[in-house]
Ligand binder design. Structure first.
Ligand SMILES: Nc1ncnc2c1ncn2[C@@H]1O[C@H](COP(=O)(O)OP(=O)(O)OP(=O)(O)O)[C@@H](O)[C@H]1O
Length: 208
């Protein structure tokens, strides 16, 4: 599902974080957001996720959707008392609500997402007992379980080793190509940006 931004600006209490950003994010492709710290990558992701409202300009989604958003891992407590399966199953809450039992179809989706992220063997493990790379894959699997046409990720490979980084980069490309998902992620890694179909570089809130 393509997303179009037209002259989008965003402010935090009078501080302008994005200045008139226009871009088209293609469906079934990976878009990487790059730029130095504070350049506006997370702000742009928050706008796309709908957790921040633009001061002016428009974001147009080809159809109504509830984006799946993997926030920076550093913002997720390491010691959440959840198993990997429970974590991924939470991705179904958007459709099901937290207090309803998962249906058989939900459980099939959860299994499929565990498999696709290569963490089926970790399903019963506590999230807090995993490595950083394993935990990140669980959080991506949770987002995938939402079955959203728009997948947003804020620095999904931050502080992971080169192998974990490569695996996650390859997984994002597969999700875009196989599911037709519009994938948008922020990154500081040149290799990860190079693997994307489109790179948008921000400097001090301006698109370069
Ligand atoms: N909640 C907030 N309140 C006030 N200012 C904010 C807030 N969040 C971000 N900013 C400011 O907006 C600008 C863009 O920040 P943003 O977090 O989008 O950058 P970023 O490119 O994602 O940075 P990083 O690479 O460090 O994650 C910065 O000047 C930042 O200080």
């Amino acid at each position: 599902m393509p997303v179009t931004l037209h002259e989008v600006t965003a402010d935090y209490a009078g501080h302008r974080a994005l200045h008139g950003v226009s871009a088209s994010l293609p469906a079934g492709r990976v878009t990487a957001l790059t730029g130095p710290n504070g350049s506006g990558k997370s702000t742009l992701l928050n706008l796309l996720a709908g957790t921040l409202t633009p001061t002016s300009g428009t974001l147009t989604y080809a159809r109504p959707c509830r984006p799946a958003y993997v926030i920076q891992r550093s913002a997720v407590p390491d010691t959440l008392p959840l198993t990997v399966r429970e974590t991924v199953a939470m991705g179904r809450w958007a459709d099901r609500g937290p207090w309803r039992r998962l249906t058989r179809a939900d459980r099939v989706i959860v299994d499929e997402c565990l498999d696709r992220l290569g963490i089926a063997h970790l399903a019963r493990r506590q999230l807090g007992g995993l490595s950083g790379g394993q935990r990140q894959r669980a959080l991506i699997a949770q987002a995938l379980a939402q079955r959203s046409p728009l997948l947003l990720l804020d620095e999904p490979t931050a502080s992971l080793d080169a192998e974990a980084q490569r695996q996650i980069t390859a997984t994002l490309s597969r999700i875009a190509a196989e599911d037709g998902t519009t994938v948008v992620h922020a990154t500081h890694h040149p290799d990860e940006a190079a693997a994307a179909d489109l790179v948008l570089t921000l400097r001090a809130g301006h698109l370069r």
